[in-house]
Design a protein around this ligand. Structure first.
Ligand code: FAD
Length: 300
């Protein structure tokens, strides 16, 4: 039995471990564009701060793939043939044949819906490659322990629109590190980008669109309290309801890096383009867990 799992994050890895625990002989292949080793995305901020190394945030030993018999393919999955049961890969690599397919490709950072949100000096804080970009803007290089092995191995098999491509840092071109970053988006990722900028000694500007910080989790009094603490740390919090075009003008004058913390699109990228396409076509029958019945395709 050939199992192919697209995604080397917590979902893909847990599934691979589950398969291996039940089926010692099944052939398991993990496709991951972003990294060779499964890492904890929630801990990226500690690497940025220099408190942990890249290896520290990998929950498994690096030889786990070998020991558990997981084959790894470091490439971008770009398509699917559900009749032939094949996954197509970028870079002209040989398609992967499967008997059962799991799509665990996570979410894709939502691009800022304002002009200029793709310029040099702008980025996200979601992927391993985003970490490299933000570190380059703020620290001028890696924070601690260096990059993971083969950090750029996917570049031979990726696409131009991939969220795992590296971004150029404006700091390198300018010859000066970021001093005044703007963080746009008042959610969990936004506040983490703020926290690590403050830890680096900066005084970031925090733009939020909602009536108060993180309304899905906090009520106004709590958000006000947090805003006051942020101010004590030199963070300016500004409520800017969709004044994005103006914001960019201001930013060009005042800000030297911008993190778009507008959240992620669950199921974007491969799952949306491919599985979502199948879903919307009405051609396939999905059950509640997005299991494509009879096709042996599962989406997490
Ligand atoms: C800064 C930050 C902080 C967070 N903090 C928290 C928190 O405190 N608590 C919490 O519960 N959650 C938190 N989250 C969310 C959490 O990290 C995610 O919910 C979780 O990582 C999702 O796991 P996943 O395995 O589904 O996908 P991901 O971790 O996104 O992994 C996706 C995998 O799919 C691969 N992939 C994607 N597309 C392709 C493709 N086309 N071809 C090949 N490979 C592909 C990637 O290489 C990667 O291996 C945070 C997220 C971020 C960014």
């Amino acid at each position: 039995m050939r199992v192919v799992i697209i995604g080397n994050g917590v979902a893909g890895m847990e599934a691979a471990l589950g398969v291996r625990a039940r089926q010692p002989d099944w052939d398991v292949t993990i496709v991951s564009e972003e990294s060779d080793h499964y890492f904890s995305r929630t801990a990226l901020m500690w690497v940025f701060c220099g408190q942990m190394s890249q290896q520290d945030i990998e929950p498994l030993e690096r030889d786990a793939y070998q020991r558990l018999g997981f084959r790894r393919v470091r490439a971008r999955a770009v398509g699917l043939d559900t009749d032939e049961k094949k996954v197509f890969l970028a870079g002209g690599l040989e398609p992967l044949a499967y008997d059962r397919l799991l799509i665990a490709s996570g979410s894709t950072p939502r691009p800022g819906p304002w002009p200029g949100s793709n310029l040099r000096g702008t980025g996200h804080f979601v992927t391993m490659q985003d970490l490299a970009w933000y570190e380059a803007e703020v620290h001028g290089g890696e924070s601690r322990g260096g990059r993971p092995p083969r950090h750029d191995a996917h570049l031979a098999a990726t696409t131009d629109d991939s969220p795992y491509r590296f971004r150029e840092a404006a700091a390198a071109k300018r010859g000066r590190l970021a001093e005044r970053p703007a963080i746009i988006g008042g959610g969990l990722i936004g506040i983490e980008a703020i926290e690590i900028a403050v830890a680096a000694g900066l005084r970031p500007h925090f733009f939020i669109r909602e009536d108060w910080f993180w309304p899905i989790a906090l009520e106004p009094r709590e958000a006000t309290w947090i805003g006051e603490r942020l101010a004590e740390h030199g963070v300016e919090v500004e409520q800017a309801p969709m004044a994005h075009a103006d914001l960019v003008d201001v930013r060009e004058a005042e800000y030297d890096a911008e993190v778009a913390g507008a959240g992620g699109r669950r199921g974007a990228g491969f799952a949306a383009d491919v599985a979502g396409g199948l879903f919307n076509s009405g051609e396939y029958d999905f059950d509640i867990g997005l299991h494509i019945r009879k096709r042996r395709i599962y989406v997490l």
